[in-house]
Design a protein around this ligand. Structure first.
Ligand code: ADP
Ligand code: MG
Length: 693
């Protein structure tokens, strides 16, 4: 008989076909894999606490004698047990219980419980503690290590995880299985981190004297060691993906002298130095015959659209199609208008596609796209089935952080009618802290527009409690009286479009009453495209003086004459989002201002956040603060967080690790691809490794 494979899960005690299947479904197919299923918190059961010294909120291990137990009948029967240890007494409550349990708590028997202490009506209590009966006279030792708590999985109890990991750790200890070191040793030396085996052992069973706080916050060196692995694996998989892309061929796009020259000549301004530099970087990518994969970063109002237009014209001038995709209808419409103004004099009429284009109109649009119309603008409807380009040469994706990397690639698949891959330009106005960008956009080239068009004055920002709303309304009246235009932004988060629209309508109604003579418009996500466009046009043309809006105007909207913005309930929004909104004003030559109205009950943290906006208009600083205060999900927007959800790593906390990852990953890809692949397999899984590695 061949010797049993020590990696075989079925060789573990307690693993039958059912459990094996559950584990496999979780991507756990070997004993080593078990060791990468990590606890997410710990319980300190290493000491028995005297009941008399407990306080609400503490998670503790206690032991006592049952004084009394009873089933209290009410709407829901409840098992109530009182135990005492000589220093005090505490009540245990169970809502789910079997009759047999009642017997276990017979008066005088000893029980040991672990749970959170709460303040009840009649003194301290524990709801559903985990418990164990203690046989009289037997000295039952307490664990000498912290008790790990594993992310719960259906059908897998904590006790099962402990049993499984106990056995895996024993095999590791006995040298029957080993964890291959895949991280370059130099990186580990520099960071002074423990070996993988040491780290894994520590994380699964930390000693009683471990720094629990550090463990819970996942900044213990053992966890940092695993975070390095995980970040490296993520970075490697992204770099692979882009390397693979880069090896494909793409159209060689040469200087389109006529179109580009005419376009620049007709612009009412000249490009800033930063814009010219970035256009140069893009154009040189486009001439190489391999797909460009470039991220264009630039703060709100830095003029990214015009740069995108220069790329579009190069594609069109070389006989290829260009697509521009934006995440919201309003933003896509804004692009449509800009491109119409710029391109129509050049004889190019952009094609428009959004989810709201239906039926015959949609059919006609699809035909134009398939027939090779040069410029196509729209929302993610461009990625839907049935959209097929004849010859897509360039895809511009605005506000890419709202899309995932897979969505972006889906747009490229639309180009598959030709053998060549399209070039990609990804634009983001949300300034992303460098370390976060390195992770979210690993493998992309980056261009930054680090200069605003001349003549812009920073927006003056104040934070005012809603108790002084009246003064703010007067200020709006005065501004409109001087011929200025203003936005009044209503913020409701995580509510439906319908509720947002209703709230905005109410605000508009109230403002109409108090602002007699001011021409007020209203825009929200429930308006029909034509209505929305009409309102925006009226505002741009000055027919509307005060535009009441939901956060649909957050990105892209460009009305230079608007110089005052009021944001209601500003405390509800993230800093990056507020910065985006504020970026709608201060686009013209007038001194612009922004009023952040906050609820007087807003907490200290909320006020501090608003203060940051008062202090700076530097989007990068704001984003860094936001990252610190609210985490990467908020900075990047929710859609991408799935992609950036890590098991151990944390993008806000692990900034100093992040710095070191890309060079290490690049080096690994060059020198040891086999090792790189194993690392990606370990953390991301073979299925996610992206084909063709
Ligand atoms: P964003 O980077 O936020 O997308 P836009 O492309 O919308 O910025 O540009 C903001 C405004 O600045 C637009 O009105 C645009 O026409 C104008 N603009 C862009 N570049 C320049 C420039 N070099 N000089 C003056 N105005 C410019
Ligand atoms: Mg823009």
């Amino acid at each position: 008989m061949p010797a049993a494979n020590p990696q075989d899960l079925q060789g573990l005690r307690g693993v039958g076909p059912r459990l094996l299947e559950t584990l496999n479904q979780r991507g756990i197919s070997s004993v080593s894999d078990l060791l990468f299923h990590l606890p997410f918190r710990y319980e300190d059961r290493t000491r028995l606490r005297p009941i008399g010294g407990l306080y609400p909120g503490a998670q503790v291990l206690i032991q006592g004698e049952v004084e009394h137990s009873a089933i209290v009948r009410g709407r829901r029967p409840m098992l109530v047990v009182v135990i005492a240890d000589g220093t005090g007494r505490i009540t245990l409550r169970f809502f789910h219980f079997r009759n047999a349990q009642r017997q276990q708590f017979s008066t005088g028997s000893a029980v040991r419980c672990f749970g959170e202490v709460r303040a009840g009506y009649r003194g301290l209590e524990m709801i559903h503690p985990s418990y164990q009966r203690i046989v009289e006279g037997r000295d039952e030792p307490v664990p000498d290590r912290l008790t790990p708590v594993y992310p719960s999985t259906e059908g897998l109890a904590q006790a099962t995880w402990i049993k499984l990991t106990d056995q895996a750790l024993a095999r590791l200890q006995a040298g029957e299985i080993g964890l291959e070191e895949l991280v370059p040793s130099e990186l580990l030396r520099n960071l002074k981190l423990p070996s993988l085996t040491e780290a894994v052992r520590y994380i699964h069973r930390p000693p009683a004297n471990a720094d629990v706080e550090a463990l819970v916050e996942r900044r213990h060196p053992a966890q940092q060691r695993l975070a390095v692995e995980e970040l490296l694996a993520h970075n490697l998989s992204m770099q692979w993906l882009h390397q693979r892309q880069r090896r494909q061929s793409a159209p060689v796009l040469d200087h389109a002298a006529d179109l580009e020259g005419q376009f620049l000549a007709a612009l009412p301004f000249t490009l800033t130095g930063a814009q010219q530099r970035v256009v140069g970087e893009i154009h040189s990518d486009l001439g190489r015959g391999h797909p460009m994969q470039r991220l264009l970063q630039g703060d709100v109002g830095s003029g990214k659209t015009v740069v995108a237009a220069m790329a579009v014209l190069r594609a069109v001038g070389n006989g290829w199609q260009a697509a521009i995709m934006a995440p919201t209808e309003l933003l896509a419409e804004q692009h449509l208008r800009s491109f119409q103004v710029w391109l129509e004099p050049l004889g190019i009429e952009p094609v428009w596609l959004s989810g709201k284009v239906k039926g015959k109109a949609r059919q006609a649009v699809l035909e134009r796209i398939a027939g090779g119309d040069p410029v196509v603008i729209g929302t993610h409807a461009l990625m839907q089935e049935g959209v097929q380009f004849r010859k897509l040469g360039l895809a511009v994706v605005d506000e890419q952080h709202r899309f995932g990397v897979h969505q972006r690639l889906a747009l490229l698949d639309k180009a598959s009618a030709s053998d060549e891959q399209a070039h990609q330009l990804i634009m983001t106005a949300t300034p992303i802290p460098r370390t976060l960008a390195m992770t979210a956009y690993a493998g992309l080239e980056t261009s930054v527009i680090d200069e605003l068009p001349p003549g812009r004055k920073p927006v003056t920002t104040v934070a005012i409690s809603t108790e002084r709303r009246g003064e703010v309304v007067e200020r709006v009246a005065a501004a409109c009286g001087e011929g200025r235009q203003a936005y009044w932004v209503c913020t409701l988060i995580e509510e439906s479009d319908a509720i947002q629209a209703q709230a905005a309508e109410e605000v508009a109604g109230a403002l109409r009453e108090s602002l007699d003579g001011v021409r007020i418009g209203l825009v929200h996500g429930r308006l029909k495209p034509a209505e929305k466009q009409q309102v925006m046009q009226d505002f741009a043309g000055g027919d509307i003086e005060l535009l009441v809006a939901t956060t649909v105007i957050e990105v892209g909207v460009d009305v230079p004459n608007a110089s005052l913005m009021i944001i209601e309930n500003a405390e509800r929004l993230g800093l990056a989002q507020l910065h985006q909104l504020r970026g709608r004003v201060g686009r013209g030559s007038q001194q612009a201002s922004c009023v952040l109205l906050f609820d007087p009950s807003a907490g200290q943290l909320a006020r501090e956040r608003l203060n940051i906006l008062r202090q700076t208009t530097d989007g990068f600083r704001i984003a860094e603060k936001d990252l610190e205060l609210r985490g990467p999900g908020e900075v990047l927007g929710t859609r991408q967080t799935g992609q950036l959800q890590f098991r151990v790593a944390d993008l806000a906390r692990d900034q100093d690790l992040l710095e070191r990852i890309p060079p290490a990953a690049a080096h690994m890809l060059e020198t040891d691809r086999g090792r790189a692949r194993k690392l990606v397999d370990r953390w991301i899984g073979p299925a996610e490794r992206f084909a063709g590695v």
